[in-house]
Design a protein around this ligand. Structure first.
Ligand SMILES: Cc1cc2nc3c(=O)[nH]c(=O)nc-3n(C[C@H](O)[C@H](O)[C@H](O)COP(=O)(O)O)c2cc1C
Length: 156
C-alpha cells in the first residue's frame, strides 16, 4: 500500500557548525531510507511541533561533558509523554572528552519523555571551548552519522 512518507525531525544546537554538519549527515541517512527528514535548530522548534514526527534525532555539542543548555531546555520543555510511541536517537560533537557522557544525558532526558532511544553517536570535531572552529569530523565519523540516520529510519 502507498502510505504517507514517515517523518523525522533532526534537531540540534551548534556554535561552530560541527553539530549542524552532523545533523545534515543524519538527515541524509534518513532520506536514503525514504524517510522525510526536517532539520532544525532547537531554537526554531516549538514543543507542539513534535507531534507530527514519528522519529526524532537530537544533536548537541559537548559542553562541560553535558549537552548544551539550549538542548537540555528543549527536551525538558516537552510534555511528560510527548515522545511516547516515538523512536529517538542522539549525536554529539566533542573536542577532547565527554562526548559519550553527553549522549547518556540526552538519552536519559528523552527516556523520561517516553521515547524509545536507540544508541547514539559521539564524534570528535572542533576545538576546546570552541574558541576556533577546529578540525572537521573525519570521513569515517560522517559515515557513522549517516548510518545512524539509516538505523533510525529502520527502527522508527
Ligand atoms: C562552553 C563550552 C564547553 C565545552 N566543553 C567541552 C567538553 O567538556 N569536552 C569537549 O571535548 N569539548 C568541549 N567543548 C568543545 C565543543 O564540544 C566542540 O568544539 C564541538 O565540536 C562544538 O560543536 P559545534 O561546532 O556544533 O558548536 C566545549 C565548548 C564550549 C563552547
Amino acid at each position: 500500500m502507498l502510505g504517507k512518507k514517515k517523518q523525522a525531525l533532526v534537531v540540534y544546537h551548534s556554535k561552530t557548525g560541527h553539530t549542524a554538519g552532523a545533523a545534515e549527515a543524519v538527515a541524509r541517512g534518513l532520506e536514503s531510507r525514504k524517510v522525510k527528514a526536517t532539520v532544525k535548530r532547537v531554537s526554531e522548534v516549538s514543543p507542539d511541533e513534535i507531534r507530527g514526527y514519528a522519529m526524532i534525532a537530537v544533536g548537541s555539542p559537548t559542553r562541560g561533558s553535558r549537552p548544551a543548555r539550549a538542548v537540555r531546555r528543549f527536551i525538558r520543555g516537552l510534555n511528560r509523554k510527548a515522545l511516547k510511541g516515538k523512536t529517538a536517537t542522539t549525536f554529539s560533537s566533542y573536542a577532547a572528552f565527554g562526548g559519550r557522557k553527553t549522549l547518556r544525558r540526552m538519552k536519559r532526558l528523552l527516556k523520561r519523555r517516553k521515547a524509545r532511544v536507540l544508541p547514539g553517536v559521539a564524534f570528535k570535531a572542533g576545538a576546546p571551548l570552541s574558541l576556533w572552529k577546529g578540525p572537521q569530523a573525519s570521513e569515517k565519523d560522517v559515515a557513522r552519522l549517516e548510518e545512524l540516520g539509516r538505523k533510525l529510519a529502520k527502527k522508527g
